[in-house]
Design a protein around this ligand. Structure first.
Ligand code: FAD
Length: 317
């Protein structure tokens, strides 16, 4: 079932989750174990992130340095299919155009189509570690909008090779990302929202936001989107803090702010067990208000840890 149909047909707010594939050599059973406790909440869909290839410099035995391409978390298509087979849930694999040619993207989409996966989350991807700004390689897309356009062309039966006659149309429902506190590369929030509208006009059916810790940022963003003519569902994304480390790593990695009140509460904790409780309480309050003020669903970033998410959902849904 398509996410947009789930949103249209659901009579009350629901929760969904984002999971990260295991590191290369990791155990898929850990992913199953992370999903199992969440199934009691009957999430209609689960997102699976995608991680593009990176380059690393590694010393050779002779002392010289080799530049090596590493795929740290492979297998996101297979993982999506494995989850859908094992659990009664739709999957939303993330498709990232940064680091992939349109040809490679088309091949991935064909795999997903053959696996009966009807949902994808379209993303551009971040700059590679060490890169100051996102720079597409020759032939790659610069913006996610171009990826959404490619998926829509496939939905109309237009593949890259236009000599193919009678190609079977794909059938993807496309979600895209948005940033209540503005994407860090955008000059202003208004400009970022204009670019978001381009993704929606290109065919995105719904939006999932970056994590945020201040609901006012989300409500202001949602109002601005509606004023800009973006009328698709906007699902807020939340991540509970669970360690003191998160106070630094999350703002750095995701270009988001953590309100002083939450920082002070976490810093006053004697240990991470108490920080985890503070994070849960904060996310419960955020979730309850979001649902009360019209969010159709709340999307939780698990980052491999589903225990605290389960505690939050039990209190809200
Ligand atoms: P875009 O929509 O292309 O926007 C990127 C920037 O370009 C923005 O600043 C935008 O304002 C600007 N822009 C867009 N169009 C134009 C234009 N025409 N002219 C000028 N500027 C323009 N990353 C991964 O690698 N894997 C994942 O699985 C993943 N999942 C994510 C899930 C969610 C819900 C979110 C919020 C993010 C996720 N990311 C993931 C991170 C994402 O790839 C980065 O945030 C990336 O920097 C931007 O991706 P985007 O699709 O929003 O890009």
């Amino acid at each position: 079932m398509k996410v947009i149909d789930i949103l249209d047909q659901s009579t009350r707010p629901f929760c969904s989750f984002e999971l990260v594939p295991p590191l290369r050599g990791g155990d898929i059973r850990k992913i199953h174990a992370a999903i199992e406790p969440l199934m009691e909440f009957a999430p209609p869909f689960i997102n699976i992130t995608f991680h593009r290839d990176e380059e690393e410099l590694r010393p050779r035995p002779d002392g010289s340095i080799a530049r090596v391409v590493v795929t740290k978390r492979p297998g996101s298509v297979a993982l999506a299919a494995a989850i859908m087979k094992r659990f009664p849930v739709e999957v939303v694999p993330h498709v990232v155009c940064g680091g992939a040619t349109p040809h490679q993207i088309e091949n991935t989409l064909i795999d997903l189509h053959f696996l009966d996966i009807e949902n994808v989350m379209a993303l551009r991807g971040d700059p590679l570690p060490g890169q100051r700004a996102f720079a597409p390689a020759e032939g790659e897309y610069r913006y996610c909008r171009e990826l959404v356009e490619q998926i829509q062309r496939m939905n109309r039966g237009q593949y890259l090779d236009d000599s193919i006659a009678d190609a079977v149309p794909a059938n993807f429902c496309v979600g895209v990302a948005a940033y209540p506190e503005k994407h860090h590369e955008a000059t202003t929030l208004d400009a970022d929202i204009r670019h978001l509208k381009q993704k929606v006009d290109a065919g995105a059916r719904y939006i999932v936001t970056q994590m945020f810790f201040d609901n006012n940022a989300f409500f202001r963003f949602r109002d601005a989107c509606r004023q800009a003519g973006i009328n698709v569902p906007i699902i807020p994304g939340l991540k509970p803090i669970s360690t003191l480390n998160h106070l630094e790593t999350l703002p750095r990695a995701f270009h988001i702010n953590i309100p002083d009140k939450l920082v002070n509460r976490a810093r006053a904790c004697p240990d991470n067990a108490r920080v985890r409780t503070v994070g849960i309480d904060w996310a419960v309050a955020q979730s309850a208000e979001l649902v009360a003020r019209g969010a159709p669903a709340v999307h939780y970033y698990t980052m491999g840890n589903s225990d605290n998410i389960r505690d939050i959902i039990r209190q809200v849904f």
